[in-house]
Design a protein around this ligand. Structure first.
Ligand code: FE2
Length: 138
């Protein structure tokens, strides 16, 4: 398993955390399928799930940011949009060329690694903002 959840990844927001955990599972699943040399059908099934779940998760997270008037929403949304393009591009390459070692490394760096960095850096700030807003409303 490439990406193991630990407390350093927790944002404290239940919805965000549960979706991040599911994303880790999806990335681990994709990497495992690639390494096992499974066929195109299984690879594209795994990619479809990862893509759809990413879109859903970003949508939910962006709704939350807007609800709580997160000041850095535009730049955060840009990070999400750029990542969706990365996932789309890597998906196309994977389907076209199959899971080469180089592509697996790219999946790790640009998808798995990106998620870890984004969660710890950006999403932690979102969660802190939401907590502050809730506390201020009480
Ligand atoms: Fe995010």
């Amino acid at each position: 398993m490439d990406y193991v959840w630990d407390s350093s990844l927790e944002t404290g927001n239940e919805l965000i955390d549960s979706q991040h955990k599911a994303l880790f599972i999806a990335v681990n699943n994709l990497l495992e399928i690639c390494r096992k040399g499974k066929g195109k059908e299984e690879v594209s099934k795994s990619l479809d799930f990862l893509t759809q779940y990413t879109i859903k998760h970003f949508f939910d997270e962006e709704q939350l940011q807007q609800k709580y008037k997160y000041p850095d929403f535009p730049i955060h949304k840009k990070y999400h949009d750029d990542f969706k393009v990365t996932v789309r591009d890597l998906s196309h390459e994977l389907i076209m060329k199959g899971a080469t070692d180089r592509l697996i490394e790219e999946l790790k760096n640009k998808i798995g690694g990106w998620l870890v960095t984004h969660i710890k850096g950006q999403d932690a700030k979102v969660a802190a903002h939401i907590r502050n807003q809730i506390a201020a409303q009480k």
